[in-house]
Structures are given as C-alpha cells and as structure tokens.
Design a protein around this ligand. Structure first.
Ligand code: PHE
Length: 369
C-alpha cells in the first residue's frame, strides 16, 4: 500500500473535478466567443488561459493528486486547455480578418480624387522672355548687367548727349522723383546702362542690360507707364555698323528662327550716330501678307515687318563722356522692347495683361525656363 499523500488538499483539487473543469472551459469558451474585438479577446485570454486562470491553476494541481489519478486528470485538463487554446486561435484569426476588412474600408484612399488643390503660380512670361532674349547674347559672349530704376538725370540724359532742352526731359515724358531739381528720375530707357557699363568695366565691353523702364504714358492696350527694355552695347576697336547688323541678325535668328532678314530705317537718338530703327521680317507670314493678294497677317498687321527697337553706332560724345578715346574705340548699341517682343511673339494683344498679374494669363506660358 502506498503511503497517503500528505500534501493532498481536497479543496484545491476540487478544481480538477470534471464538472469544475467543464465549467471553467465553458466560461472560457463563452468569453472568447463574446469577445467583440482584439482587445476584448486579449482580456479573455489573460483571464481564461493566463497563468492565473482557473485552468492553469488546476493544471498546477495535478502534481498534488495521487499518482493513479494523475493521468486521467491530466488528460481532462489537457483537453479543456486544448479546446480553449483552439477557440482563442480561431477567434483571433476571425477578429484580425474583421479588423483588416474594416481598415480597408475606413482607411481607403481614393486615388482618383483631385490633388494639390492649392493654386500654383507661374513665372511671369515677361521674366521668362527677358531671360531668353538676354540668353541669345550671353551665348555670343555678352555679359548681363543691371542698374537702378531710380536714376540720376546725368546717367539717363546728360551723359547720353541729351541737351538740357531736349523735349524728352520734360515732365510730359519723364517721371521725376520728388521735385524736378532732385536730379533723380525713373529711368526712361535702359541706355543709362551704357554709361554705367563704360564707366565701370574694362574695355572691350559686350553687355546686355534688361530692365524696367518708365514713361508718363497712360495705360492702354499698347502703352504702359512701366515697360521693359533690353539694352545692348558693344565698344571695342574696329567696330562698324556691319557688326551692329550682325548682332541684331543673330538675335533675330536665335529668338525667332533661321533665315529671317532685318532692315534698318534712318532715325535719330542723341547717343547714337548714325541711328536707326530696326525691323525684322515677320516670322509668321515672312512678308507674304504685304504682297498683293497675300493673306492678312495678325502678327505684323500685314506690314510684312515687325518693329524691334532703336539702334545705332555709339556717338563719340558718349565715349568722350566716359573717358574713352573715340579715335581708338567705336561701338554699337540697341534698345529692344521686351513687352512688345512678348506681345508679337506670343500673340498677347493687351498690355493690361502684362500688368495685372492674373494667373489666367501667366499660366498658359507654363514654366518655361
Ligand atoms: N534708348 C532708346 C529708346 O528708349 C533705344 C536705343 C537704345 C536707341 C540704344 C539706340 C541705341 O528709345
């Protein structure tokens, strides 16, 4: 006969009774089945399969049973724990699947919705075309130079050989800064850059100077008190009018395509001698609209030619004003309208559009750089 098991505790071991085990198992299965989400299931797992759950505690009691009872108790408790473990696993899978389905629905992103609703701006087409125009000269080795828009009268007029009584100096054309005797004006053209370049740069000088210019014009479809010019200046030894023509032709071909001719009409500017107005062949009709029976052309108003701006050979007086020996050096200069170029190159018809900064005008030009 084996000795009685001294540590046998009938109260504790009642946990191993078949009814007790069944009850613990059924409670566990009920809690698992009713767990509505993964958090609830986690709590059920802890309560019914954790270290301190009734089944785990019962399992620990096996060792307290008399040896002959252990196998059977072990089997029963193993079955109960197995059933709970399986139920947990199944419910876990079910709830995970449910969660994944819900996330797919709740966190769905409609990739067809419009994006970037915030309006984007664009570079102003005047900025773009001004860079493009200057670039044609940069590619020929010219330097880009800029100067102040509030300019000394001396740079804007005197050094450029405007006599004191020249009509362009009057209030009718020029914005004076403060009273007329401050000697300051809003520059009426970019030609003061000729003087500024010749006074500051070593010879020879090859510069283009794009910038904003001002005259007391009323704003209408073709005029604006604020407009833009591109000044060009070359001063070197042996420069002739053929170089001027060549420079302008290169610009026209670089900007509008090969094979377009230019023409010069005699003109007058105090700072160039001789002076000319320069036109280019219309790049749309190539002159055909001006021929008898030619289709009308909007770009050149059926003139066959498009006006580019003024030009000429640098007046020796200007060279002298800048301390340059006119017997050794000569040069050419031009002033082209940037706004005008934008208008005829892109068919923009109203100056107001240039001024108003409306993106409906600027956006179609895109982000050309
Ligand atoms: N500055 C002149 C104008 O505004 C243009 C020009 C520039 C003419 C250079 C000759 C040479 O009309």
């Amino acid at each position: 006969m084996s000795a009685p098991n001294k540590s046998y505790d009938p109260v504790e071991v009642s946990a191993l009774q078949p009814e007790e085990l069944d009850r613990a198992r059924d409670e566990a299965l009920a809690a698992i089945a009713s767990a509505a989400d993964l958090d609830a299931l986690k709590r059920a797992r802890l309560a019914h399969a954790g270290d301190r759950s009734p089944l785990a505690l019962a399992n620990r009691e096996i060792g307290a049973l008399p040896p002959q009872a252990r196998a059977e108790a072990g089997k029963r408790i193993g079955a109960a724990r197995g059933a709970v473990g399986q139920a947990l696993k199944a419910r876990q899978a079910e709830l995970e699947e449910e969660r994944d389905q819900r996330v797919l629905v709740e966190e769905a992103v409609d990739v067809t919705l419009p994006w970037e609703r915030g309006a984007r701006g664009a570079r102003h087409p005047l900025t773009t075309i001004r860079e493009r125009m200057a670039d044609v000269f940069v590619s020929m080795g010219f330097e880009v130079s800029e100067g102040p828009e509030v300019e000394a009268e001396w740079f804007n007029f005197d050094a450029l050989n405007f006599k004191p009584d020249h009509p362009a100096r009057t209030m009718q054309d020029t914005f004076f800064v403060g009273s007329e005797d401050t000697g300051l004006v809003l520059r009426t053209h970019t030609s003061p850059l000729q003087i500024r370049s010749l006074l500051t740069k070593p010879l020879p000088v090859y510069v283009v100077a794009p910038g904003r210019t001002y005259r007391t014009d009323e704003l209408d479809a073709t005029h604006s008190p604020v407009f833009h010019q591109l000044e060009g200046l070359v001063v070197d030894e042996g420069i002739t009018m053929a170089d001027l023509r060549g420079g302008i032709d290169a610009f026209v071909n670089g900007m509008f395509g090969e094979g377009l001719t230019t023409r010069m009409r005699p003109s007058y500017f105090p700072f160039t001698e001789p002076s000319a107005e320069v036109d280019m062949r219309c790049f749309v009709c190539r002159g055909a609209s001006a021929e008898p029976g030619g289709e009308p052309c909007r770009t050149c108003s059926s003139e066959g030619w498009i006006e580019l701006g003024g030009c000429g050979m640098v007046n020796p007086r200007v060279l002298v004003a800048c301390g340059i020996d006119p017997d050794r050096y000569s040069g050419w200069a031009f002033g082209l309208g940037i706004d005008r170029t934008l208008m005829f190159r892109h068919g923009a018809e109203d100056m107001h559009d240039m001024m108003e900064g409306d993106v409906r005008f600027t956006l179609p030009f895109g982000m050309e750089i």
